[in-house]
Ligand binder design. Structure first.
Ligand code: ADP
Length: 271
């Protein structure tokens, strides 16, 4: 093709090149900002329990410290903070493995109903401690099978139900519901707790993001639970969302793919 205006063509090319470079630089700046915020957040999350441990140890080491009962209490508090640090490291390790794709998704067919019941059973004691009642609303066939990584979905439900206890209302309830959506099922976890202000919703699934209300609740937590949940659901090519009203409660919902019916008749005795 012979252009009628070669100078204009060159000018257009240079402009296009400059536009591309600018967007590359913008992207690098964004990544750099994200990295810096991430490091600030990590060090903040580690500093809090570390300083607490240091404080309790120094108090006990003080020459004039003689109260044995108080020493035992301080040691217990220090131990709680050690636990918190190990949870943080475990969650960080998990999220970095998930993000690097190091942990593959192992799809199997299983009954989602059984998994939900398992999780609710395992958290029953904790719910009692928080004086929160579990309500499981099955609005769909209890035998429905999904195609997903059972262990990872186990963790997703644990994290969401555990949050509903941490941010729930004493004397309130957590309901879990299972709905049918053509090729998928929808699992919703609803609490009647502190809720989330609308301005926070877009950032909720970011690593280390915690609302002011939850920081002040002293419930302990890494701020990584929802980031892990989102990663797992998206790695399954499924979606997760949240609806919430501050002061009234929240609903977290995620989808899973239904398992296709096997074309072969079931063999008795083999699941
Ligand atoms: P955390 O370890 O802080 O619980 P998550 O990643 O699980 O971390 O949650 C991030 C933040 O989202 C929490 O700190 C809290 O502010 C908010 N949040 C999560 N679940 C709920 C809920 N059910 N009700 C109210 N706030 C919630």
């Amino acid at each position: 093709i012979i252009s009628a205006d070669p100078i204009n063509d060159v000018e257009q090319e240079v402009k296009e090149w400059a536009r591309q470079k600018k967007s590359e630089i913008d992207e690098l700046r964004k990544q750099e900002k994200f990295r810096r915020e991430f490091l600030t957040n990590i060090s903040h999350e580690f500093k809090t329990p570390l300083f607490a441990i240091q404080g309790y140890i120094e108090a006990i080491q003080d020459d004039e410290f003689e109260d044995l009962d108080m020493a035992a209490q301080f040691l217990e508090k220090a131990a709680k903070n050690v636990d918190r640090l190990s949870y943080l490291i475990k969650d960080l390790d998990e999220i970095s493995k998930l993000e690097s794709g190091e942990i593959p998704i192992n799809y199997t067919r299983f009954k989602i109903n059984d998994l939900i019941k398992e999780v609710l059973d395992s958290l029953e004691m904790k719910a009692k401690q928080h004086d929160i009642k579990f309500i499981y609303k099955q609005k769909y066939d209890e035998n429905v099978m999904v195609n997903a990584d059972r262990d990872k979905i186990h963790q997703v439900i644990i994290n969401l139900v555990d949050n509903s206890l941490k941010y729930g209302k004493t004397g309130g309830s957590t309901s879990v519901s299972l709905f049918n959506l053509h090729d998928q099922v929808l699992i919703e976890i609803t609490d009647d707790g502190i809720g989330i202000e609308e301005k926070y919703l877009p950032r909720l699934f970011e690593r280390f993001f915690r609302t002011e209300q939850s920081r002040s609740r002293q419930v302990g937590g890494s701020g990584l639970g929802l980031a892990i949940v989102k990663h797992i659901i998206e790695a399954h090519q499924q979606t997760i969302n949240v609806r919430s009203t501050a002061g009234l409660g929240s609903t977290f919902g995620f989808t899973l793919q239904k398992a296709k019916q096997s074309p072969f008749p079931a063999i008795p005795g083999i699941k």
